[in-house]
Design a protein around this ligand. Structure first.
Ligand SMILES: [Zn+2]
Length: 336
């Protein structure tokens, strides 16, 4: 008996990426960085003996029909339906394609969205660190941390290629995760700040999204605050906040197009604001610490009623955030 597969909603590629600009980074004398150790919440290595401590496992999605798949080249694509012996899928550039097979996904606990990719690199640090690479590195570390705690985690982008905002949101819509986090590092900044300039954005109409943004903000700010001797940069209204468009809807396309799934954007620090901040973000231990903060925030979102913190009323901004995420010039990666 033929099964009916859910059809994707019409995908409009135009949107607004999270606000990571391409501003020239002001140069600063290189301050040395010291860091206190941060411990990420991960399960202890498996032992044959009974564990001395137990951590409550994160929930897994319910079983169901396949809704997306991971192709042989590692690209995650929504399934349109059966096609011959294989599958019809939607590519990262929102084209229809056929694949012979792959790892089938029926759902996800968490969808993590590493911002940018391909020729859309996002912000760039004075040390040459590209936001698209940094976002992916942190996403992979957070995925590993969450999976160690039992969650099913899907990335919207798994290597350096373009993915439209519509294709990212489509994965959220078909996989119905408990939450969606878009990982970014900021560009364009108001000025120097006494504290790390962490910002998170939520869907204005969603209480759950606001909570998610508040938890991400608390955990990330907490981690970055442990690094001493850094001259931070930030916006005057740094915090967990929203940004609205002229019609009163969410300004950022990724938050608009994922409506129905609690989603938040994490702008962990300002990659392009100063060389010391970029150098901090280039450190593997700092990327691991940031990923640990994301893991803890997700864990608190799923297992507690914590409301998070750092909520601010944003000042009205008219400067456009980084454009991109559309179909123009989008080149698909090899799927097989
Ligand atoms: Zn970005």
């Amino acid at each position: 008996m033929p099964r009916r597969w859910p059809l994707l909603p019409v995908l409009l590629g135009l949107g607004v990426l999270a606000g990571c600009g391409h501003d020239e980074a002001p140069r600063q004398a290189g301050a040395t960085t010291t860091s206190s150790t941060t411990t990420s919440t991960t399960l202890a290595p498996a032992t044959t003996a009974a564990p001395t401590t137990t951590i409550q496992s994160l929930p897994r999605p319910p079983a169901g029909p396949p809704r997306a798949l991971i192709t042989a080249t590692g690209v995650v694509v929504p399934i349109l339906g059966r096609e011959g012996a294989g599958w019809a899928v939607t590519t990262p550039c929102e084209r229809r394609a056929h694949v012979a097979g792959g790892t089938l996904l029926s759902g996800a606990t968490v969808v993590l969205d590493p911002g940018h990719g391909g020729n859309e690199t996002g912000a760039t640090g004075a040390n040459g660190l590209r936001e698209s690479d940094l976002n992916l590195a942190v996403a992979k570390l957070a995925k590993a941390g969450l999976e160690a705690q039992g969650a099913e985690v899907v990335l919207t982008r798994t290597a350096d290629y373009r993915v439209t905002l519509g294709a990212r949101a489509a994965l959220a819509k078909v996989l119905r995760p408990r939450l969606f986090v878009s990982l970014h590092h900021n560009g364009g900044v108001d000025g120097r700040s006494a504290k790390p300039g962490t910002e998170t954005y939520y869907q204005r109409a969603s209480v759950a999204s606001k909570r998610l943004a508040g938890l991400l903000y608390q955990e990330e700010r907490g981690v970055f605050s442990t690094y001493r001797g850094i001259q931070w940069w930030g916006n005057v209204d740094a915090g967990a906040k929203y940004r609205l468009n002229s019609r009163g809807g969410d300004y950022y396309g990724i938050l608009r197009q994922t409506a129905g799934v609690p989603a938040a954007i994490s702008e962990a620090l300002f990659l392009s604001a100063s060389r010391p901040e970029a150098e901090l973000l280039a450190r593997p231990d700092v990327q691991q610490a940031e990923a640990g903060a994301v893991v803890r925030a997700v864990r608190r979102f799923l297992l507690t009623r914590d409301t998070g913190g750092g909520f601010v009323t944003p000042i009205k901004r008219t400067t456009p955030a980084g454009s991109g995420g559309g179909l123009t010039g989008c080149v698909d990666p090899p799927l097989e």
